[in-house]
Design a protein around this ligand. Structure first.
Ligand code: FAD
Length: 328
């Protein structure tokens, strides 16, 4: 990556948007901008049957389902054709997705378009939806799951802080964290991704999107004058169009200009793809041959995982976190 690529650390000024977002909420700023121009936003949401799909949103109210990272492969469905149709009638479009999805879209359209803004996410890889669904069905058997939240900002900024789950169409605090979920643990370990993710050509400096967004891991937040407790977005402006959007982002956020090298140092996926662990073949072979239950049973035996213990530890963390912070 060119170390001179403009790089921002960003925290959305809207607390509601920030709390609903995985990182610093830059996606919401861009989406609101495009919607205000009469445009539409394409992003990724849970749909019927816990499928994750690329969906089209044309209102602020619709944005909520796009917020939050869904750590599984999203199905593009007919989104590319719909984007082409929107562009043909002059509708401004914001498309966000993994870099491979952005590149796929640009190939489909035969290049960029004046009315199209593309944003690629820094991505460590995705498991297949089939593996995800099998795990989740086993972990949440008997519950009417509508959506999963992989991150919960009440736990602070980061992965694996415990998520909330919607079931029976009500928000419920149901344990969903690496300590209690086989899927979440495997996902964070990086050993069940799609084969192509381990050879990802985008996990580096050549980014296909006008902008790249991710978590600004490793930022010296004190030096940047930013509060990192609720998440900080990393933004890289890769194209002229991307650079033109930086003032839009700055207007709705607390931000700091940073050196791109700092972002690269803190985020492996800006240097290389996730290494392919040798456990991958064993896990996926066993899943195909003996079903997910055999893996989950083994996981429970090995970790002695207990939902009660996890709940107690999390409650203690919530009680003590403000006290620890006061001493900082
Ligand atoms: C599978 C995956 C892996 C990631 N890996 C990393 C990483 O290694 N390092 C890092 O710094 N950041 C990573 N991210 C990005 C990060 O989690 C945030 O999505 C990003 O910083 C945007 O945050 P936000 O607060 O602006 O947006 P939010 O409002 O939380 O928006 C989430 C954005 O992610 C998109 N999205 C959600 N799920 C998917 C999906 N399954 N496929 C494609 N797009 C999706 C939505 O369309 C939306 O644009 C990953 C995200 C995903 C989905």
């Amino acid at each position: 990556m060119d170390a001179k690529v403009p790089c921002l650390a960003v925290i959305n000024d809207s607390r509601d948007d920030l709390m609903a977002s995985s990182s610093g909420g830059v996606f919401s700023i861009l989406s609101r901008h495009v919607l205000a121009e009469g445009g539409v936003v394409y992003g990724h949401a849970f749909t019927e049957g816990l499928h994750v799909k690329c969906v089209r949103v044309d209102s602020i109210e619709g944005l909520d389902c796009l917020r939050g990272s869904k750590y599984v492969q999203s199905d593009m469905g007919d989104a590319m054709r719909r984007i082409r149709d929107d562009l043909r009638v002059g509708t401004p479009v914001l498309f966000s997705g993994t870099p491979c999805q952005v590149d796929g879209l640009l190939s489909f359209l035969d290049g960029g378009h004046d009315n199209l803004i593309t944003v690629d996410i820094v991505c460590h890889g995705v498991p297949s939806w089939e593996f995800f669904k099998d795990c989740i069905d086993a972990e949440f058997a008997g519950r009417d799951l509508v959506e999963l939240r992989f991150r919960d900002k009440r736990e602070g900024w980061g992965c694996g802080g415990g998520g909330t789950v919607l079931h029976n169409h009500k928000m419920k605090d149901v344990p969903f964290a690496p300590e209690v979920s086989y899927y979440y643990k495997r996902f964070l370990a990086g050993d069940v991704y799609r084969e192509s993710c381990y050879r990802c050509p985008y996990a580096g400096g050549e980014r296909p999107g006008d902008l790249t967004m991710g978590d600004f891991w490793g930022i010296d937040s004190a030096d940047a004058g930013l509060d990192s407790r609720r998440g900080i977005s990393l933004v890289l402006a890769n194209s002229h169009k991307g650079r033109e959007l930086l003032p839009v982002i700055k207007k709705s956020s607390t931000w700091a200009e940073r050196d791109a090298l700092e972002a690269i140092a803190g985020n492996d996926q800006l240097r290389h793809p996730t290494p392919r662990p040798k456990e991958r073949d064993v896990i996926l072979k066993r899943w195909r041959e003996r079903g997910i239950e055999s893996l989950e049973d083994q996981y429970k035996r090995e970790t002695g995982h207990s939902v009660v213990r996890w709940r107690v530890l999390r409650s203690l963390k919530r009680v003590f976190r403000p006290l620890l912070r006061r001493e900082d």
